[in-house]
Write a protein of this length. Sequence first.
Length: 173
Amino acid sequence: MIERYLEKFLFASRWLLAPFYVALVVSLAGLLIKAMQELFHFMTTAVVGSESDVILGVLSLIDLSLTGSLIVIVIFSGYENFVSKIDESAHRDWPEWMGKIDFTGLKLKLLSSIVAISAIQLLKSFMNVRNVSDRDLMWLVIIHVVFVSSGILLALTDKISGESHANKDGGGH
């Protein structure tokens, strides 16, 4: 009987994660404010700025957009994986991917987004190479390579893990 109450208590504790997802929604609003500031800055420099300035402005907007998308992926996937399922029938425009990303898929999407954001930061630095020190550029490349390597290792680990689970379940190759 104690075990059953403990299990109910532990299961109910998953709702403690809900405020974290609400905090991410608030952070998304903060990111939107930064995106609007960047858009204003971009529009004021697009007319008088150089081609590089325009490309850097666009890359900054893409970077903010990817970060916002990443937050949305974490909010919905995390909520559905750890807190509660969302009734998608109540939402006409429910994206197909939502509700289908498991924890492994979430990790891969998260790391893929981080790699893309890192690549954009690196590209922005290359576009502005005159104002970036060799040391800073070196560290940006190293950090990007670490993110790419981590993504590859994570994908390989998940693939190997998936194959070993399939072999245990009798679904081997």
